[in-house]
Ligand binder design. Structure first.
Ligand SMILES: Nc1ncnc2c1ncn2[C@@H]1O[C@H](COP(=O)(O)OP(=O)(O)OP(=O)(O)O)[C@@H](O)[C@H]1O
Length: 361
């Protein structure tokens, strides 16, 4: 892929505050190909908003370059960058109808009124707010999800080179947020505009994105498609941030047989894991609850644990176990493998070595 195919490129971008004492963004390099939606996922304070503000032209980088469709945007104003912003705080204008809200950006650009009317109608159809029902409504006559669509339509109507979303759905409830994530992705794909979506919510990031960049302490720790980030986390932070993870510490490597190695974990049991360069004392063995098996009898090579709790939610059984040293493990399945067990009883926990991953201590 050539640089021209990228809608956005960041090269070693830094933003330091307070004479360098606060390194809000500390050397981020990323590219977003045309038509892609990339999520920046990270906890509060990791530098997501500062990164977005630099792309939008609202904050000046301390170092590094930002290119939008191949053009270095240093020194350009937010308007000159032709970047669309959808921020949670950027509410729609309460004193304007839906149609006027959406038309606003085009009117500021002195577009002919006939063209404005046609474009506003098209974009309202696209965000599923049929103009016949919604064009004349006032913001206080809309639901949270509908308001979100108006904000999106208002940004898309100007056909920006890139759209930046900063937690626009944080105020919506879980169900609506999940629904809007699917919708937003469909609209973005239809328009073909590249987008960067900032969130601390891994579920929204997974649903929405082609790729996720996980950030912590001003740095990008891993970039990849959602399944890669989930199944092959680069380190413990990523593993725990993008879902539930069972984590055991390597005590001693007992044997290596090709790709598979048997280890004794610090919690005192033995486990077969996929061999890799981090397989040394202190390395962290990570496996997902959905890939963890539980049995009432030892299937061979299982770890004996105490069943602590059982719950059922959305079609999944969820079991919480404890190893003799108190380390917690969890497992989940649509089938009730422990139907005959009661809490407090011994069960066996095992995992296919193929589903384990060992990362640095
Ligand atoms: N203007 C500023 N002056 C000094 N420090 C700042 C400034 N803006 C941000 N910071 C600090 O930089 C760090 C990153 O802030 P940022 O707002 O980018 O994080 P975030 O990941 O977007 O967090 P949240 O999800 O809570 O919005 C924080 O420690 C913040 O306090």
């Amino acid at each position: 892929m050539t640089e021209k195919d990228n809608a956005l490129e960041l090269g070693d971008v830094k933003c330091h505050f307070a004479q360098g004492k606060v390194r809000a963004v500390d050397g981020v390099s990323l590219s977003v190909p045309r038509g892609e939606i990339l999520s920046i996922l990270g906890p509060s304070g990791c530098g997501k908003t500062t990164l977005m503000r630099m792309i939008a032209g609202l904050e000046t980088p301390t170092q590094g370059y930002i290119r939008i469709h191949g053009r270095d945007v240093a020194g350009l104003t937010p308007q000159q960058r032709n970047v669309g912003l959808v921020f949670q705080s950027l509410a729609v204008f309460p004193h304007m109808t839906v149609e006027k809200n959406v038309a606003f950006g085009l009117r500021m650009r002195n577009v002919a009124s006939e063209t404005i009317r046609a474009k506003v109608r098209d974009v309202l159809e696209l965000v599923q707010l049929p103009p016949a029902n919604f064009a004349a409504r006032w913001p206080n006559e809309l639901s949270g999800g509908q308001l979100q669509r108006v904000a999106l339509a208002r940004t898309l109507v100007t056909q920006p080179a890139l759209v930046l979303f900063d937690e626009p759905m944080a105020a919506l409830d879980r169900r609506l947020r999940d629904y809007m994530a699917v919708e937003l992705r469909a609209i973005q794909k239809k328009m073909g505009i590249a987008a960067v979506y900032v969130t601390h919510d891994q579920q929204t990031a997974s649903t929405m994105s082609d790729r996720i960049a996980v950030m912590s302490g001003g740095k990008v720790l891993q970039v990849g498609p959602p399944p890669d980030i989930y199944n092959a986390p680069a380190n413990r932070f990523v593993a725990e941030f993008v879902g539930d993870a069972n984590i055991l510490t390597v005590g001693k490597v007992l044997s290596v047989d090709g790709d598979i190695s048997e280890v004794e974990v610090e919690a005192g049991c033995r486990l077969r894991v996929k061999a890799c360069e981090h397989l040394t004392k202190g390395g962290k063995i990570i496996f997902r609850p959905g890939q963890t098996q539980v049995d009432v009898a030892d299937p061979g090579g299982g770890m004996q644990a105490k069943l602590v709790s059982v719950s059922f939610n959305s079609g999944f059984y969820h079991w919480q176990m404890e190893l003799p040293d108190g380390t917690s493990l969890s497992a989940g399945s649509t089938r009730d493998y422990l139907a005959s067990a009661s809490t407090g009883q011994s069960v066996w926990v095992s995992v296919d070595p193929e589903h384990t991953r060992v990362v640095e201590a």
